[in-house]
Design a protein around this ligand. Structure first.
Ligand code: ZN
Length: 318
């Protein structure tokens, strides 16, 4: 167990899992809601999401779990229809009294995001892969599977980034994964398990951040050793390269883990219903939280995921 206030939820005083901007479903948060509206106004003025995130931080805005806002977390929040009291099909949710954003503002905001992502050269019909980034691995060579199409008109698929020989249809793989994650969510202990997993992830994020922050000092002490003639140049260059690589991997890992935090599942009564209407980024976060690795084998006779795919479930730390 990681200890700390986040784990209070385990003994039933759940303050986690609410959606930012709301005290609880349908009741706006008196401080957070106005700040979020201001942040959205900044985006309409042409400022970036990174700017809006920094602005929120400067106003002391924290996530419901008490963490600083990050760009990904803000983006996921701002694309969540519940921010405007809407369900995933865009229908107003009954019983929702107050909204952080009015529906027309929310829709204009989604249009803005779509326009910006188009400008970045990402076609709107691009497939949103569910288990990329190191979750899906090739059983043959253990390298990550990346999103790819065999050719421009081919359906989206996952391809091994190492041997390049393992490939699987994305819809089939993701359908298989989603089916198993949903089966997990139906288990009575699912919510407690998710919260324990989130605690573990938050703890790892804390350790990683400290490690990343210490990088400068480690670089400096290397330079110091070299400067004092206690290290030959070749060793210095090699050590410097290793430290840089370590920093790069740590930052990538941090980014990966951050996708799994602040999922608003804590106060969701029906996880299945939540799944049906959750934005893609939240589903992805939940899948990455539940499943450490999806192992994909080469085709041997059958294309069926049941015969090729093995799921490694993340286990909460004892
Ligand atoms: Zn491979």
């Amino acid at each position: 167990m990681c200890g700390g206030r986040r784990c209070e939820s385990l003994i039933g005083v759940s303050c986690v899992g609410r959606l930012s901007g709301y005290v609880r479903a349908g009741v706006a948060h008196p401080e957070e809601a106005p700040l979020l509206r201001e942040a959205v106004a900044l985006l309409f003025e042409g400022r970036s999401e990174a700017d809006a995130t920094r602005w929120l931080a400067s106003r002391g805005m924290l996530t419901p779990r008490g963490n600083e806002f990050r760009r990904e977390v803000l983006h996921r929040l701002l694309t969540n229809p519940r921010l405007a009291g809407l369900d995933e099909s865009g229908e107003p949710i009954e019983s929702w009294v107050e909204r952080v954003l009015e529906p027309d503002v929310f829709h204009r905001l989604q249009k803005l995001f779509a326009d910006r992502s188009e400008k970045r050269g990402r076609p709107r019909e691009a497939h949103d892969y569910l288990v990329t980034g190191g979750c899906a691995l090739c059983e043959e060579c253990t390298e990550p599977m990346v999103g790819s199409r065999a050719h421009a008109d081919a359906p989206p698929s996952y391809k091994c980034d190492g041997c390049g020989k393992t490939r699987i249809n994305a819809d089939k793989l993701e359908g298989f994964v989603a089916e198993h994650v949903l089966a997990e969510l139906l288990k009575p202990e699912a919510r407690e398990r998710l919260e324990r997993l989130e605690c573990d992830i938050e703890a790892e994020i804390g350790r990683l951040k400290a490690h990343i922050e210490g990088a400068e000092e480690r670089f400096a002490s290397l330079g110091d050793l070299y400067g004092r003639g206690l290290m030959v140049r070749a060793a210095f260059v090699a050590a410097q390269k290793a430290s840089k690589e370590d920093l790069r991997t740590s930052k990538l890992r941090l980014k990966y883990l951050e996708q799994m935090t602040d999922l608003p599942v804590g106060d969701v009564h029906d996880l299945m219903a939540w799944w049906r209407t959750a934005p893609h980024a939240s589903k992805r976060g939940l899948v990455l939280l539940e499943i450490e690795h999806v192992w994909v084998g080469r085709v041997e006779g059958s294309q069926a995921p049941e015969r090729r795919v093995r799921l490694d479930w993340r286990q909460p730390a004892e």
